[in-house]
Design a protein around this ligand. Structure first.
Ligand code: NAI
Ligand code: A1CAB
Length: 266
């Protein structure tokens, strides 16, 4: 499959590198379109594909065109792309918020898949939700799914609207995790640890706790209960979290991310 990627930043290149790693595309058949001069020079030097800085007619030769620019840049990109797209090409968008209908309208193109990955895709450990226009048949969709699976796991989302919730939960999710880790490290430093020691204690705790979620025969509440002894230290921390609204704040934040995803579509 010949693949063109428009916007080769963090996510565009996470996809490109995963495809190459699993031999799903040859470097000679991978077109990297990157507007930033600095970024395109770096990509040229690393020889990960054919690098160009503008959308041009050669895009018409590619089976799949991936849109990985920021949602705010979409309209500008669409104005150029719509003049060179050909009917049998599939467009795969990973842009937050922008729905299939708008992509189809601005590109004047029917075959659109919308996906929402996350940054662990850089390690092949991402999770991507995706939806597709009904014009894309089963076998074509399977090919797209195979490509996405090179970046980690994937789930087909039948109701496209739910991709905004995927965006808020797993798309943005890594940042929530880092946010918690960051503030735990900060607490460690306030108690007198060097940064490196605080980081070690927190990172290994998160790693071990993550594996326990998956392997222990306990649900999340039971796992919490197993740590929080009656009248003990964890209970004291959890009480303060509850009183300061950390729990409701987290939920409200994620719902606000979903709201923002919906706004980005307009
Ligand atoms: N960063 C994340 O965690 C995730 C991001 N996304 C989505 O992926 C998309 C890309 O995000 P990132 O990779 O983080 O952004 P990024 O800023 O790293 O990459 C975007 C790239 O597009 C380039 N670009 C802008 N206009 C262009 C044009 N006209 N032609 C060619 N290249 C152009 C920019 O120079 C930049 O290198 C966004 O739409 C975002 O919503 C989706 C899931 C997760
Ligand atoms: O923050 C954003 O808008 C993008 C979408 C999901 C993660 N990053």
């Amino acid at each position: 499959m010949k693949i063109a990627i428009v916007g080769c930043g963090n996510m565009g290149m996470a996809f490109a590198r995963s495809f190459i790693q699993y031999n799903l595309v040859k470097k000679e058949e991978l077109l990297l379109i990157e507007k930033s001069k600095e970024r395109s020079e770096t990509l040229k030097a690393s020889k990960e594909g054919i690098v160009v800085d503008t959308i041009n007619e050669q895009i018409g030769d590619y089976d799949l065109v991936i849109l990985s620019v920021k949602p705010q840049d979409f309209s500008m990109v669409a104005a150029e792309l719509r003049t060179v797209l050909k009917e049998p090409q599939i467009v795969l968008s990973i842009m937050a918020g922008i729905n299939i209908d708008r992509i189809q309208q601005e590109l004047a193109h029917k075959m659109v898949v919308r996906a929402m990955p996350n940054t662990p895709a850089m390690l092949g450990m991402g999770i991507t939700g995706f939806s597709a226009d009904e014009s894309i048949g089963f076998s074509k969709l399977q090919k797209i799914e195979n490509l996405i699976n090179a970046t980690g796991r994937s789930v087909y989302i039948e109701d496209e609207q739910m991709l905004d919730a995927v965006t808020a939960l797993s798309g943005s999710g890594p940042a929530y995790f880092y946010y918690v880790v960051k503030h735990m490290i900060e607490a460690g430093k306030q108690m007198g640890f060097e940064d490196s020691m605080a980081q070690l204690l927190v990172k290994q705790t998160m790693l071990g706790a993550y594996h326990l979620i998956n392997s222990a025969e306990m649900n999340i509440d039971e796992l919490i209960k197993a740590v929080a002894s009656k009248g003990g230290t964890t209970e004291a921390a959890l009480k303060t979290f509850g009183e300061s609204g950390v729990d409701t704040g987290l939920v409200a934040g994620i719902l606000n991310a979903e709201k923002r995803a919906k706004e980005l579509s307009k």
